[in-house]
Design a protein. Sequence first.
Length: 464
Amino acid sequence: MKITKICCIGAGYVGGPTMAVIAQKCPDIQVTVVDLNQERINSWNDENIDNIPIYEPGLGDIVAEARGRNLFFSTDVEKAIHEAQVIFISVNTPTKTYGSGKGMAADLKYIELCARQIARIAKDDKIVVEKSTLPVRTAEAIKSILDNTGNGVQFQILSNPEFLAEGTAVEDLIAPDRVLIGGDNHTEEGRKAIDALVNVYANWVPKDKILTTNVWSSELSKLTANAFLAQRVSSINAMSELCERTGANVNEVAKAIGMDSRIGSKFLKASVGFGGSCFQKDILNLVYISKSFGLHQVADYWEQVIIMNDHQKRRFANNIVQTLYNTVADKKIAFLGWAFKKDTNDTRESSAIYIADDLINEQAKIAVFDPKVPENQVFLDLNYLETRSSEKNRKNVEVYENAYEACQGAHAIAVVTEWDEFIGYDWQKIYDNMQKPAFVFDGRNLLDGNKLKAIGFVYRAIGS
Ligand code: UDX
Ligand code: UDX
């Protein structure tokens, strides 16, 4: 089977970049990305390529090249489903905020809605691909909905989890470590569907990097990868606290152990805690699945990764309060960064939100500057926590368009995102305009502590 038409439901951080790269690499395939959110689709279609809704280095050029040629963004979900041979489901699967599994299980309502819609519309055989991260065995539920509510056509379900990291999405998609495709390898039709998707990726990914497995292995591998990565961050963050007490330096420790080829150097940067849309959600999901199988030790083991991460965020906020003579009431604290990591405008689960929330509880005035996060997003994030009224958040937080203004008159600076531009700032100028003593809390070990100390700052970094 040769694929010529693909549709993707969900024009988000995963669906958008992934489809853009498929379209760029496969000019013979028509790729249509659909979304319920009209505003988001309008932004993807904006003539000014700088206005596309997702910031990723290199993404603008790719969209500019393929858009209108074989890459389309639309809200006409039905038409796109009707025409496509392959339908990717890339809608969000947030942690449930209600009912059983609240705060842990993945909320699959959007997935189910997609499945029902596909079943209703499809008039010929379709391959349905799970792109969203899903609990293991979700494909079974999708299959059952499709087969029981459909028009008698055949559906093949594949799992093709995305391993891209935000900020490096384009790189990760163009040169992936591996592509994982899970499908029903026991039937002829299943194998054909797997091959069809393999051939799409084979347009640019070497065949030996395209791994095929059964559906359940593929679903579980994605959760496992994220759990292992998050665990490394929590492990090094746990050591960062011990380093602070003992005079060891966590960067030196990380370097020393990272050179052990059995351990490796990646994901060993101590930080204010991991954020992002995936790690916490996926681990909670893993914990929930383990519990539901009665595997309580397995659940507790993974839950500790989250507990450590929450601790690291709170510890950072506490450290600021304690160092500023146990009170931050009415003190201006500048936040450099708000996104969950550099090179993205995504703020989901960003540590900055929780640290700001703790400090506002202590009546601090927060001054935020992030190169890519707009003002309204900062308030959306704080209001979402429902710790206090939105008026109170407005009163305690100000968002600046310029870092120097954000730091003007501040008692302390908290570096919470590792944007490269922070390194090159005129730190002497920043220091001169701050309250004295002026403090820098470096939550990313980004800045040169020796240089800042020479200027006169009181410098504190995570783990040193
Ligand atoms: C993705 C994956 O889907 C998620 O499972 C993974 O764990 C994280 O990354 P992401 O692309 O980051 O999610 O989510 P988001 O940026 O919120 O995009 C989802 C899009 O789907 C939104 O634009 C939303 O409007 C759209 N959507 C949602 C639909 O079009 N239909 C729906 O029924 C639900
Ligand atoms: C992650 C996975 O890496 C990706 O494979 C998956 O598909 C989606 O989830 P993402 O959340 O985009 O990607 O970013 P990632 O680079 O993994 O960082 C997650 C968080 O961990 C960030 O807040 C980051 O700052 C933090 N982190 C990462 C550290 O604190 N230290 C590190 O050494 C690495």
